[in-house]
Design a protein around this ligand. Structure first.
Ligand code: FAD
Length: 413
């Protein structure tokens, strides 16, 4: 294989693979490099929203079709919210799946399987050279000709452009856009796989438990294929420090002593030790581009601050980054100014949603509000229906930020 490329994508997670799928049909010389050898695990809740299906559909139709056939996933049809007072609300996903009626609006799939599925889709297309097991540890740019030198522990490559798709601890970001962001824009998350967790009222619903001590974060139980369950929790990093909470201790306490949850773990068998990872939240806008490079997914900090969902936005940014690269090569313009449309397109697509979710995260701090909303919604089908629509419709979600919403909630008018 050659070592001179037009574009090097660092990271073969959802963001990097989406860029690679999109670029595989171009005439450009593209390489995708990852430190892991796939299939590889990624600490995550494993929930794939409708966004994931939608991006695949608009990036590459055969890949979307392949996802529906891919066996290592469970369809997901709705969410159970459990309020701090223990009352729950079941919210079915209302809209049809992006793939049309009858297909599930979302999936749950272990990342070891889903990410491998995506990389296989890249491999099928033959247009991209793939390097696995190569940890990039330095990146420099020749100021005279603008090319990058990218070095791993074993090899080095040259490229005109870089897409940074290397996750929360991005080496591309560290070398090319090293600003730091406050810990309120970060969260810490834990995950542990189990078998034998009881009490799923509906195995095709994911469960979010908003427990008083964990607000505005939550504890989750997501059912997986073959009787496995992804259990986990997440909390904003500044709150972890302020409350001096040990998340692993709290996680175990919930499973052992919470009056309802502990019953469900009576026969559960852990399939691994507890694992943790950071979530760069999209509650602030970070620098996403510069001379010759674009940042995508977690490297750009695009995780939904309320739900913790990041795979969909990673894929959206991966697609837009690939399109921006195509434009850059068409115009032979790789400077920061020429790449600026990447950020404006990305903002247009997801900034409003991230802003609403940032406000929702702030509201989620109030346990009484949660209890009240769940109680009211259980007795009010119209409100229930509205909450269901919120998952797909950002304008409806925005209603949560208007005083009139709470007036209607209180007085039912
Ligand atoms: C506990 C937890 C639960 C979560 N739950 C959900 C959920 O249920 N649903 C959801 O949508 N999102 C969830 N997220 C967020 C989601 O995991 C991320 O947003 C998503 O993985 C981002 O994709 P990415 O492609 O940007 O990065 P990643 O998936 O992190 O992929 C980055 C890739 O880059 C590679 N890489 C890193 N450094 C280097 C290097 N130096 N050289 C070469 N390669 C490198 C890595 O090996 C990796 O393959 C969760 C996150 C956490 C931590």
């Amino acid at each position: 294989m050659q070592n001179n490329y037009d574009i090097i994508i660092v990271g073969a997670g959802p963001a990097g693979c989406t860029s690679a799928i999109k670029l595989s049909e171009s005439n450009l010389r593209v390489a995708l490099i990852d430190k892991a050898v796939f299939p590889r695990d990624k600490i995550c809740g494993d929930a794939l929203s409708g966004k994931v299906i939608s991006v695949l559909k608009y990036t590459d139709l055969p890949a979307e079709k392949a996802l529906h056939k891919f066996p290592e996933k469970l369809p997901s049809w709705g969410i159970r919210f459990v309020a701090p007072n223990g009352q729950h609300l079941d919210v079915p996903f209302k809209k049809d799946s992006p793939s049309g009626p009858g297909t599930a609006p979302g999936y749950i799939s272990k990342r070891i399987d889903f990410d491998n599925f995506l990389l296989d889709e890249v491999k099928k297309r033959n247009g991209v050279d793939i390097f696995e097991g190569q940890k990039i540890d330095s990146i420099s740019r020749d100021q005279a000709n603008g090319t990058f030198l990218i070095q791993s522990n074993k090899e080095s490559w040259n490229s005109q452009m870089i897409i940074g798709a290397d996750g929360a601890h991005s080496v591309v970001k560290r070398f090319l856009s090293p600003q730091k962001y406050p810990s309120k824009n970060q969260a810490a998350g834990l995950r542990q796989y189990f078998r034998g967790v009881d009490g799923f009222a509906n195995e095709q619903y994911i469960e979010l438990h908003f427990l008083k001590d964990l607000l505005p974060g939550y504890f989750w139980l997501f059912p997986l294929p073959n009787g496995w369950v992804n259990a986990g929790l997440g909390l904003r990093s500044d709150m972890v420090s302020k409350r001096k909470v040990n998340l692993k201790v709290l996680f175990n306490e919930i499973m052992e002593t919470h009056p309802e949850i502990s019953k469900r773990f009576k026969h559960a068998e852990p399939m691994e030790s507890i694992k943790g990872f950071g979530l760069p939240l999209g509650s602030t806008w970070r620098e996403t581009f510069g001379d010759g490079f674009l940042l995508t997914g977690d490297a750009a900090g695009l995780i939904d601050p309320f739900s913790g969902e990041g795979i969909g936005n990673a894929m959206i940014s991966g697609k837009i980054a690939a399109e921006q690269c195509l434009e850059a090569f068409e115009k032979r313009a790789f400077d920061k100014g020429s790449l600026a449309p990447y950020e404006s397109k990305l903002r247009k697509k997801i900034q409003k949603e991230l802003a609403v979710s940032t406000q929702m995260q702030q509201l989620a701090n109030y346990s009484w509000l949660f209890n009240f909303a769940v109680n009211k919604a259980n007795n009010n089908p119209a409100l229930q229906s509205m909450m269901s629509m919120m998952f797909d419709d950002i304008d409806i979600r925005n209603e949560l930020n208007k005083p009139s919403f709470y007036w209607k909630l209180l007085f039912g008018t």
